[in-house]
Design a protein around this ligand. Structure first.
Ligand code: G3P
Length: 478
């Protein structure tokens, strides 16, 4: 009906002076579902100004009061799970049940962050000088953590709510203000989530949400002198941001090519179940999805057969019907996935299912006998297509994993825990899961990527720490 969702600034919902909007295409119908404001650079400047002002008094607000407001926001968020989940279904085609889970998980994350914050930020450090050579006990050093200032949060389309609150909550509990630039697909879900923070009664200007075209406000935001820290989750854009950003801390998570190494003694039923969950949940559109299977030749036939049986049972269709496999986020994403599939076909991969596509919907596909000369051996499809590379030694598997430019997570399946730990040590990734598929959660676990997969570490505690700075005061005794 032409209605355009307002953006959020200074504690109010506003129309942009640009008079322009950005359309959000429903991945299932491929028609415009919602429209959001196309904010201008001038509006971004205003948001930055009020974020700076609001932060000054927020930093002086007692920690327990900040926590109280976050707990309130968490409860409101959970109460609003149904309408927010509905937006996730329409904007990013997330299966209905997973969409609800995302919102509930987000509420829990906000509460946990509030609790963790009062504990770790309520503690400081006290040092005395005479432990360092040449010093008498004449200096007392008091350290505590102070906020960085204004945090810019840029979450991706696949978790527009959860990966937004995983930045908002630590920023706020630590005394920062926050400017959110949601992904276009997922912007309306994010605006609804922000509304829950609005209802909780945070001070004006402390949180704002600007929507718009990346081409107009993207670089402007990330290079803005008012930003004191960027927390970004997404794709290659992160690398570009890291080159352009000023001298500020960056927290980044930029995708992965998570390997699943399967040894000869592995429980193959467990492996198959985890490959399905790890490779095909949300149609493979997760940074932590299993993106390449490296299986020992001697057990490969049996494993591929077991996975094939399970793939045949996956339901394919609309997110409203809670199907396992739903349309991927955009037509360009579907085209990219198709490119990888065609390349694998030309180079002789074995198709375990027929390749099938209807609009943005791609049927789940397992590609066996993938070789290193195929693009899919290295590139991230972000879709329901999974390559199998047969290996003749564990070293070969580790070598493939470490030759990747990514290093997010990985997993290894074996009953020999000692071997698993040695393999984990050898894999150049931020996390290795033993006998389970890669995953970020539970959300208080550390989460980080090596190489092109990211900068810094996330997880509740690490995010709070990354959004603070040490401040020390030294008392000099006579
Ligand atoms: O794709 C984003 C990444 O953070 C994945 O999270 O919970 O699906 O492992 P999760």
């Amino acid at each position: 009906d032409g209605d355009v969702y307002k953006y959020y600034a200074d504690g109010e919902w506003k129309n942009s002076s640009s008079g322009k909007s950005v359309a959000i295409i429903n991945p299932t119908t491929r028609k415009t579902q919602y429209k959001v404001q196309a904010c201008t650079q001038e509006e971004v400047n205003k948001v930055m100004d009020s974020a700076k002002t609001a932060q000054k008094s927020w930093a002086k607000t007692p920690l327990w009061k900040r926590a109280e407001l976050l707990h309130k926001a968490a409860a409101i968020l959970k109460e609003h799970k149904a309408p927010i989940a509905e937006c996730l279904v329409k904007e990013i085609a997330k299966p209905a049940k997973d969409a609800v889970t995302e919102v509930v998980r987000s509420g829990d994350l906000v509460s946990y962050t509030a609790e963790e914050g009062v504990r770790i930020l309520g503690e400081g450090k006290f040092l005395v000088s005479d432990s360092f050579p040449g010093n008498q006990r004449t200096k007392y050093c008091l350290s505590s953590k102070i906020p960085l200032g204004v945090i810019l949060a840029i979450p991706p389309f696949n978790y527009p709510v959860n990966l937004a609150v995983s930045k908002i909550a630590p920023a706020l509990i630590a005394g920062n203000s926050l400017v959110l630039k949601p992904p276009t697909q997922g912007a309306v879900s994010a605006l609804h989530m922000v509304h829950c923070f609005h209802l909780a009664g945070f001070p004006k200007g402390l949180i704002s949400c600007v929507t718009g075209k990346g081409s107009e406000i993207g670089d402007f935001l990330t290079m803005h002198p008012g930003v004191n820290c960027i927390s970004f989750t997404g794709g290659d854009t992160g690398i570009a941001i890291s080159k352009k950003a000023g001298m500020i801390p960056l927290q980044m998570e930029l995708g992965g090519k998570d390997a699943c190494i399967v040894l000869e003694d592995a429980d193959l039923d467990l492996v198959a179940a985890n490959i399905i969950k790890g490779g095909f949940s949300y149609s493979g559109q997760r940074c932590t999805a299993v993106k390449v299977i490296l299986v020992m030749e001697s057990v490969a036939d049996v494993l591929v057969e077991k996975v094939k049986e399970k793939v045949a049972k996956l339901t394919v269709g609309a997110p409203e019907d809670d199907c396992d496999i739903t349309p991927v986020v955009s037509e360009s994403s579907a085209n990219f996935i198709e490119g990888l599939v065609k390349d694998a076909k030309e180079k002789g991969a074995k198709f375990c299912q027929e390749y099938k596509r209807d609009g943005n919907l791609i049927w789940p596909l397992l590609l066996d006998n993938v070789r290193p000369d195929m693009r899919i051996a290295w590139e991230e499809p972000f879709g329901p297509v999974l390559p199998v590379i047969r290996i003749n030694s564990v070293e070969e598997g580790i070598h493939h994993c470490n030759a990747s430019n990514f290093g997010l997570q990985g997993c290894v399946f074996t009953k020999d825990v000692n071997k698993a730990i040695l393999i984990s040590d050898a894999m150049e990734t931020g996390t290795v899961q033993i006998n389970s598929a890669p995953a970020r959660g539970p959300d208080h676990f550390p989460f980080q990527g090596l190489k092109d997969s990211g900068i810094g570490s996330q997880g509740v505690t690490n995010s709070i720490n990354m959004m603070t700075k040490m401040k020390t005061t030294v008392i000099n005794l006579p």
